[in-house]
Design a protein around this ligand. Structure first.
Ligand code: FER
Length: 283
């Protein structure tokens, strides 16, 4: 799948008997973006078919963040009553296209009402701060409770739209913990809202500065960022990534991969297509 443009087979959108299971977890975190107060957060955890706590097998982990106005259920429980991505993952694992792995879907919101309001500035503040929760609470919780491989090569972070913004922030702040990233249809807001387009130079320079400030120049990464030509995030993400290529983000042991699908728009079914193509190559 070298050009990452294969459509998800139609039958992958139907459930199979050979399926994984979903667990719901809660953990204590802090409102890092606001008053630092404690709160209880919820996330879903996908366990692949054959998962057995009694065995000593350990799994790679993918963290997957929803978009603005979404929640922790959006990726795995799907839209319109169809658990599309869940079914696709089950098929991919059953057919040997994807190594069995554990998938965690958290939320950057502190309260479901924030999702309903869908205030983009508020969401931006939450995604910017999310890496703190990832480092201090979610990752330690997952690694204390699930048999996962505890090294950066075996961890991945991905997300759609505001979840993509979250992914960029986690990359810039947690490269010591995670090597693999799939930011889908969303630029990095380190220089402000959709600044990848209006402030491309500043965005990429601030990203490079952040990695430097964090002492992360010594870590290699895999970044696979995809979107669609008809996606509202396209201008911002496209400009940002093209400049990243110009400035040498690909090479020297680092992999930056980028693609834009001709018909792709800013919605989950397209993200599933990108996911299907990229996941087998990500780790
Ligand atoms: C982007 C375009 C749109 C982006 C996010 C959005 C993070 C989000 C829109 C919304 O939630 O309404 O480039 O990057």
């Amino acid at each position: 799948m070298s050009d990452y443009s294969t459509r998800v087979p139609k039958e992958y959108y139907e459930p199979i008997a050979d399926c994984g299971t979903i667990e719901e977890i809660t953990y204590t975190s802090k409102r890092y973006a606001t008053d630092q107060g404690e709160l209880t957060k919820r996330a879903l955890v996908y366990l692949p078919k054959g998962f057995d706590r009694a065995s000593d097998k350990e799994y790679k982990t993918l963290y997957l963040m929803h978009g603005g106005g979404g929640n922790e259920e959006e990726f795995l429980y799907g839209q319109d009553g169809k658990k599309a991505l869940l079914y696709i993952i089950d098929h991919m694992i059953a057919n040997g296209e994807l190594e069995p792995l554990i998938i965690v879907t958290p939320s950057f919101y502190y309260d479901p009402s924030q999702s309903l309001t869908h205030d983009i500035q508020e969401a931006g503040a939450l995604t910017k701060a999310y890496h703190n929760e990832f480092r201090n609470e979610l990752l330690p919780y997952i690694e204390a409770h699930y048999p996962v491989i505890k090294n950066r090569e075996s961890r991945a972070f991905s997300g759609f739209s505001m979840g993509s913004e979250t992914t960029w922030e986690v990359m810039l702040n947690c490269l010591d913990l995670v090597k693999n990233f799939m930011p889908f249809s969303g630029d990095c807001w380190i220089a402000g809202e959709k600044a990848g387009f209006t402030k491309t130079q500043e965005t990429v320079e601030l990203m490079e500065q952040k990695l430097k400030d964090n002492g992360f120049e010594k870590y290699d990464y895999n970044i696979f960022s995809f979107t669609g030509d008809g996606d509202i995030a396209f201008p911002a993400l496209d400009a940002q990534i093209k400049l990243m290529f110009e400035r040498g983000w690909d090479g020297n042991g680092n992999r930056l991969r980028y693609g834009s699908w001709a018909e792709g728009i800013h919605w989950y079914p397209w993200i599933y297509e990108y996911f299907y193509n990229i996941m087998p190559d990500l780790f």
